[in-house]
Design a protein around this ligand. Structure first.
Ligand code: 26V
Length: 798
């Protein structure tokens, strides 16, 4: 389908297509149809309109002999897909009209779609934004991951405590995938390796089958459609008939159940490497299937494997697919007979690695016992790669095999053509810390590609009021040329235009307030400042710094309830890894503080605290357009980039933040006067930790901090269990590794500056609008162009 045909889809066409799918795909009359049937029928009608462009993209890629990009990621946090499809195909008006005619409400139908939470946080959402940008830019690309039956757990609260329930997105029908029963690979584990006259032969003793499920990903205007291919694990032997015939029904079903375990659940822990055998199996499972698929496609077009690096670029999203290095070498050397060195060179020519965290506990390494048992041939190949690297670099002082561990970061680095960080600060720190030595040996290898987010989802679609105003003001070119948002700049000094900007924000806030009231029974005043911190719960992200400030602020208000206060609603959302006890205690503390503050009649019109459960992409889409203030308060040096920070800025919420990750670049672009900076720099953080008793000193110097901590310690927020948070207070007064206490005083100062700034509505709106106007650089289209030029040497075909 070409663009001209797309434009001609009328609401009548769409209505007929919906009715036709209702009847012929789902066997329902309009009278009998449930909401889910309507949602499915609409999804199929929209999906149909992607299919021709999808075929066309494949044809054009083959015809051009173009280089293909493969994005290997353990996580794709895609969220809902229907609205994304409707928006990118520019069918919003038609879909709305067609549904109205059928007696349905557009939003009610969209809300019926489950949110596909196939990821933990930033890394997974980045992968989803990248897929959309790759299609928008017409890059022949494919995402490879795992089709988890259960995505990230569903979070609820009981007595303020996080409860986890399995996520069940696949229990509802999923409209977007095409099952590919013909695309199946057998993946082996364990077994033994034999030397057969110099040729190493691996005979696994366990096998599972990887079956492909394809989801089309349409770019802006539906001009190009790529594929997200997710692998589902199945048994090679679906059913044990012998056991069944013996009456052992459980035993008969076992092979299937065991194999399916591999794609059953997404690991919900994004910080601690748990040494789980199953996770290593998941990693090898999807990586090996992807490589087999990539080589099969390459073989169908070319017959000289030396061409591989010029036709294939593979991006490893963190080290989770790092086994791609040894596996590709194995395929080329053991299975195709290339000399080892040549196999390694070709593999390295294709592979690139993105690092997303410097936290030592999140850097993957595997116990060599487990690794060698599951992947006996790969551990030999890792050793050979390591030895060759050591020989070529005699001054080298590290090994991939230290302390009986296989270190995936070093392996990924050595096997990569390019290695990248995700913000300027993070890339600099990679060079100075984790990869210092490797950087010295290979100074050209590390490059920076600062993250970005797709403006189609994170402005156009989630914030129709603001995006409507933007298009009325500067035309709609910004949608795929986000830097043209700078054309808004002259308007920020026009009071009339500013009123329109402020009105859009106010309506978004009212809508959120109404939703919070309907869904959670919460009452908030949309005139108050909406101060939002939404992200995974982690000590380095310092949600506890935010709640500590709330307590101190509440105490100050109580001292002088009749003074002039800028009313605020502090909104939190985020999940804690189930095994991360401290993070779960921070959630409970915030909920306990919320109960006390919100019930205080004297102060609740000036300060409220809300923790919304089950943070996911859909909730982010509700909250970000309604935010006044974006909290990005991590300990400097710890947040690799952040991408939420970009979404808030784009939607007109200035940041209160540290010089961490991409905050640094956001501040440079939006202007220091439009950003509330506080806290120590990454260098100062390192120095501060060396100061004996740093936390105690900070507390001694700041009576507000001392009083807030004392309130927690005394049990004011947990009267039924006064000691509940003693360990948090002890942590913040003692070790305080993340320097909450040392940064508190400056955070407090910056928050009061925010209060004063917000009280001047005209200048606040100007600041908010400048954040929007100057955030164009944070489009993932720009990021992908960077990868194309610096890493992949790939071109777009549109
Ligand atoms: C580690 C593990 C370890 C085992 C269990 C599952 C699991 C899942 C994820 C991770 C690593 C998470 C790394 C991550 O999400 N980093 C975030 O990446 C964002 C995109 O680059 C970036 O904006 C955030 O700053 C960074 O924290």
């Amino acid at each position: 389908m070409n663009i001209a045909t797309l434009r001609t889809v009328s609401s009548d066409n769409l209505r007929d297509a919906i009715l036709s799918h209702l009847a012929y795909s789902f066997g329902k009359t309009p009278e009998a149809a449930h909401l889910e049937d309507w949602r499915m029928a609409l999804s199929y009608a929209v999906r149909d309109r992607m299919v021709e462009a999808w075929f066309d993209a494949t044809r054009r890629t083959y015809d051009a002999g173009a280089k293909r990009v493969y994005y290997l990621s353990m996580e794709f946090l895609i969220g809902r897909l229907l609205e994304d499809g409707i928006v990118n195909l520019r069918l919003v008006d038609q879909a709305r009209a067609a549904l109205t005619e059928l007696g349905l409400d557009y939003h009610t139908v969209l809300e019926n779609e489950p949110d596909a939470a196939l990821g933990n946080g930033g890394l997974g959402r980045l992968a989803a934004c990248f897929l959309e940008s790759l299609s928008t830019l017409g890059v022949p690309a494919m995402g490879y991951g795992i089709r988890y039956e259960h995505g990230l757990f569903r979070q609820s609260f009981a007595d303020g405590r996080q409860m986890e329930a399995p996520e069940t997105w696949l229990l509802q029908r999923h409209a977007w995938e095409f099952e590919r029963p013909e695309t199946r690979y057998t993946i082996g584990f364990g077994g033994e390796v034999r030397d057969e006259a110099g040729r190493m032969v691996w005979t696994p003793d366990e096998q599972v089958c990887a079956e492909a499920f394809d989801t089309p990903i349409a770019g802006w205007k539906g001009r190009w459609v790529n594929t997200l291919r997710l692998w589902s694990a199945q048994s090679v032997r679906p059913f044990d008939l012998d056991s069944f015939n013996r009456g052992d029904f459980e035993g008969a079903a076992q092979p299937e159940a065991l194999a399916r375990t591999i794609s059953r659940v997404l690991y919900p822990d994004d910080t601690t490497e748990q040494g789980k055998k199953l996770r290593l199996k998941q990693e090898f499972f999807f990586t090996a299937a992807a490589l087999r698929d990539i080589l099969r496609r390459f073989d169908s077009e070319y017959n000289d494997v030396a061409l591989l690096p010029s036709k294939v670029a593979i991006q490893l999203n963190d080290t989770h697919p790092a086994i791609a290095g040894p596996e590709l070498v194995r395929l080329l050397h053991d299975e195709r007979g290339l000399p080892f060195e040549e196999a390694q060179k070709i593999a390295q020519g294709c592979l690139n690695y993105t690092n997303h965290t410097l936290l030592p506990e999140a850097l993957e390494s595997w116990n060599e016992g487990i690794f060698g048992q599951l992947l006996p041939r790969h551990i030999q190949i890792v050793d050979r790669i390591d030895d060759a690297h050591a020989k070529a670099n005699p001054s080298r002082g590290f090994s991939m095999r230290a302390n009986h561990q296989v270190r995936m970061g070093e392996l990924s680095f050595v096997m990569a053509n390019r290695v990248n960080g995700v913000s300027a600060l993070h890339t600099g720190l990679m060079k100075e810390t984790v990869f210092k030595e490797l950087h010295r040996l290979h100074p050209e290898r590390i490059v920076n590609e600062t993250n970005g987010v797709t403006p189609r989802r994170w402005l156009l679609s989630c914030n129709p009021r603001l995006s409507g105003l933007v298009s009325e003001t500067i035309g709609s070119g910004w949608i795929d040329d986000l830097e043209s948002l700078s054309d808004l700049e002259p308007h920020v000094d026009d009071a009339g235009w500013r009123d329109l900007f402020a009105a859009a924000k106010r309506s978004n806030k009212s809508e959120l307030a109404a939703w919070m009231s309907d869904t959670h029974g919460l009452r908030v005043d949309p005139a108050a400042m909406f101060d939002v911190q939404i992200k995974r719960m982690h000590e380095y992200k310092r949600q506890h710094l935010n709640i500590l400030e709330a307590i101190a602020h509440w105490q100050e208000i109580k001292d002088a309830p009749n003074a002039e206060w800028t009313p605020r609603v502090k909104i939190f959302a985020g999940k804690a890894a189930p095994g991360y006890v401290f993070a779960k205690d921070i959630i409970r503390l915030i909920n306990d503080v919320s109960s006390v503050l919100n019930a205080d009649a004297e102060t609740c019109d000036k300060l409220q605290v809300i923790f919304l459960p089950n943070y996911n992409v859909t909730l982010a889409e509700r909250l970000i357009p309604a935010a006044d203030l974006s909290e990005q308060i991590s300990t400097a040096g710890k947040e690799a980039s952040g991408t939420g920070n970009m979404k808030f800025a784009m939607n007109g919420a200035p940041t209160i933040g540290t010089l961490d990750g991409a905050n640094v670049e956001i501040r440079e672009r939006v202007g220091a006067e439009n950003f509330f900076l506080f806290g120590m720099t990454a260098e100062e953080v390192v120095a501060r930790r060396e100061v004996e008793g740093h936390a105690a000193k900070a507390i001694e110097a700041d009576p507000r901090l001392a009083r807030a901590l004392e309130a927690i310690r005394s049990g004011m927020f947990s009267p039924d269990e006064p000691d509940r948070y003693r360990h948090i207070v002890e942590n913040l007064s003692g070790h305080d590794y993340f320097l909450v206490s040392s940064d508190f005083t400056d955070y407090w100062r910056a928050q009061r500056e925010v209060d004063r700034a917000y009280a001047d509505a005209a200048s606040w709106t100007r600041m908010a609008a400048l954040n929007t106007a100057r955030s164009g650089w944070f489009s993932s289209d720009r990021t992908i162009r960077g990868y194309m030029a610096d890493i992949w040497d790939a071109k777009g075909l549109i």
